[in-house]
Design a protein around this ligand. Sequence first.
Ligand SMILES: [Zn+2]
Length: 75
Amino acid sequence: MNYKDARILRDTLLIIGFIVIMAGYLFGFVCTIIGAVIMLSCLIPDFLYNKCPHCKKRLGRNEGIFCQHCGGRID
Ligand SMILES: [Zn+2]
């Protein structure tokens, strides 16, 4: 998995988790907990795969085209 797929998966899990948490208002507290778990699981692809392809350091919130650590092009 490259960093682009990891970002897509992270954002998808975050949005789905948020929707499930909001659905917890209608379907009960268990639904809210499930949504929170889905939302927190977005951290897994972010920590494991959101890395620079050159220096392998975490990109964090960097959504640009250059790595903030080594200056390598990441798009
Ligand atoms: Zn780098």
